[in-house]
Write a protein that binds this ligand. Structure first.
Ligand code: APR
Length: 407
């Protein structure tokens, strides 16, 4: 079937201690931790280096995750470039409510475009720590995940040949549309999925910020979000039907809805601009349990997806990667397998905590527009409690910032 990827002068498939599938934040963080401990590993990525370093994605990073990157020597550029967010604003029934969470808790969010984090992680892994990485590989397949010596094969972009590499462990970090998850034994694995029943029209506008902080609008016509990305570009969200066609949202309609849903007394007028991206996201989340099978360990979006409602995805990917990197190093260098044995449970505690928070927040954002007066009333009660009760505010801040979670 395959032409083995052989060491010079040898006919056997090349072996690595760890093969990491996927060069997103999860896979690259695992790779960097392994290289820092001198573990040999190979990262396989279907896209080109240019694409993974350019792919624009939001990056809301919680303080504990930045500290974790710092401990691994991976946060220097992030700390130089990241902005910090200290407040957000809710708009409801024509009123504005500021939520100054840093003043309240002393904690903040770091905002760093994910592509700039990925660029740093690739450079550190490949150019500084000497890690091996193949970009642009095709048709990645995992063989014998449940066996003592799994292997991964892929088609080499240059030659079109299929190559095989063996590994002690495989880290499945290939995101929501990857292939490694399918290797988990279906009898032993449970996929828990939640559909929120709404879509978000994700928009990028060539427009300067209209607000000095992130704004969440709860409106009978649907949720709207306003998140400045840079002095020139702003991200907006508009709740829409799941599966809606972005073509149903021409320029005039988008800006009319944003003005309506984000309108509030004293709010600065929205600064309009050309829409350079329009996509419909069907809001859903899933969790794979357990996150490992034999010698395959999943991390990040390959194992769980949180709808972008609470901006938790990157943090969960990093949390998994820290635990998996440390667990692999302990097992491979000290023969201590306890980190790998407890890996799935340790990740899932935080995963479920963040899933539940996303669900809680989603109901507050979407209940008003659900068409169901019961849900609308309950969503309003949820918001009022948040505005009135110091206990509710403290709990919200803790969960929004991820400052007290086990693991
Ligand atoms: N083989 C190899 N690589 C693959 C394959 C495959 N079959 N399929 C996908 N990939 C690559 C993708 O091109 C991507 O670079 O795996 C990588 C997965 O990276 P991410 O999707 O960024 O996932 P992860 O590292 O888990 O990080 C999660 O991404 O979706 C956001 O908000 C989410 O911030 C979170 C983060």
């Amino acid at each position: 079937m395959s032409a083995p990827f052989a060491r010079a002068g040898s006919g056997a498939p090349r072996g690595f201690s760890v093969v990491v599938v996927g060069a997103g934040p999860a896979g690259l963080t695992v790779g960097n931790i392994l290289r820092a401990a001198g573990v040999d590993c190979l990262v396989l990525e279907t896209e080109t280096r240019e694409l993974v370093e350019r792919r624009p994605r939001p990056g809301v990073v919680e303080e504990w995750a930045v500290r974790g990157l710092e401990r691994q020597g991976l946060a220097r550029t992030l700390l130089e470039r990241a902005q910090t967010h200290t407040e957000c604003e809710f708009r409801f029934a024509g009123e504005r409510y500021r939520f100054a969470y840093t003043a309240l808790t002393g904690h903040h969010h770091f905002i760093c475009p994910q592509q700039s984090l990925v660029t740093d992680l690739v450079r550190e892994y490949a150019d500084v720590r000497g890690g091996e990485i193949r970009f642009g590989v095709r048709d990645v397949r995992l063989h014998g995940a449940g066996s003592g010596r799994p292997s991964v094969s892929y088609v080499c972009p240059g030659t079109g040949e299929r190559r095989v590499v063996t590994a002690d462990f495989v880290a499945g970090c290939d995101g929501a549309r990857g292939v490694t998850r399918a290797s988990l034994s279906p009898e032993r694995v449970r996929l828990a999925r939640h559909d929120y029943g709404v879509g978000w029209l994700a928009l990028l506008a060539e427009a300067p910020p209209s607000s000095d902080c992130v704004v969440f609008g709860m409106h009978p016509r649907g949720f709207a979000g306003d998140m400045a990305r840079s002095p020139e570009v702003t991200r907006y969200y508009l709740q829409c039907r799941p599966g809606d066609d972005p073509a149903n949202w021409p320029h005039e309609r988008v800006w009319a809805e944003l003005r309506e849903r984000l309108g509030a007394a004293g709010a600065p007028p929205l600064k309009e601009g050309r829409l350079i991206e329009k996509r419909v996201l069907d809001m859903h989340g899933y969790v794979v349990e357990p996150m490992s099978f034999g010698r395959l360990f999943l991390a990040g979006d390959a194992a769980h997806l949180t709808a972008p409602i609470a901006a938790k995805g990157l943090n969960l990917a990093l949390h998994d990667a820290f635990l998996l990197g440390d667990g692999l190093v302990a097992s491979l260098t000290r023969g201590d397998g306890s980190g790998l044995t407890g890996y799935s449970d340790a990740c899932l505690a935080r995963v479920w905590d963040y899933q539940e928070f996303s669900q809680w927040l989603a109901e507050m954002y979407h209940g008003t527009a659900s068409g169901d007066p019961y849900r609308a009333g309950a969503a309003l009660a949820r918001l009022r409690r948040l505005l009135d009760s110091p206990v509710a505010v403290a709990e919200f801040a803790e969960r929004y910032l991820g400052v007290r979670t086990t693991g």
